[in-house]
Design a protein around this ligand. Structure first.
Ligand SMILES: [Zn+2]
Length: 160
């Protein structure tokens, strides 16, 4: 019999072996189909464990899909930034904050930008005239003007 006890819910003979299954993964409208999967599925709790032969292939397809989606968002960020005539550095200072490399990492698809930043960029893509508003509203929003001054007038030197 192609059944075994479920390692998740413990149902005896809960897991049945399957093969020839296909799965379509999707993220942000991108899709990837993986065929010829085999493994065990619990009839009680739905737990699935793919066989060794295809679990790597399955997780690799998922990783590739996520990377492709990240690159797609990265290219979108780059297109909008150029349309707004901003450098990466200006974009960081104006919109995203963080290190000066932050935006180039977003554009290269190495890091997924925060949702708020993607939303802001898309708003500016649709309404580019809001860039001037963003510049004036952003003044002082990040305490970049913070300074401190030392007053030494009343200080005395102590000999230790
Ligand atoms: Zn189960």
């Amino acid at each position: 019999m192609n059944t075994q006890q479920c390692f998740s819910c413990g149902a005896r003979e809960g897991m049945r072996h399957f093969e020839g299954r296909s799965e379509t993964m999707s993220v942000n409208g991108m899709q990837r189909r993986v065929d010829d999967l085999s493994g065990w599925e619990c009839q009680m709790c739905g737990e699935v464990e793919l066989d060794d032969c295809c679990s790597d292939r399955h997780s690799q397809a998922g990783d590739e899909l996520v990377m492709a989606a990240r690159r797609m968002i990265g290219e979108e960020m780059k297109r909008i930034r150029r349309k707004l005539h901003l450098t990466q550095k200006e974009t960081v200072q104006l919109l995203s904050g963080g290190g000066h490399n932050a935006f180039s990492r977003y554009e290269r698809g190495e890091v997924l930008p925060p949702k708020t930043l993607v939303l802001l960029m898309r708003l500016l893509d649709r309404y580019p005239y809001l860039l001037a508003e963003a510049k004036s509203l952003g003044e002082g929003a990040d305490l970049r003007g913070f300074t401190h001054t030392v007053h030494k007038e009343h200080e005395t030197v102590t000999n230790m």
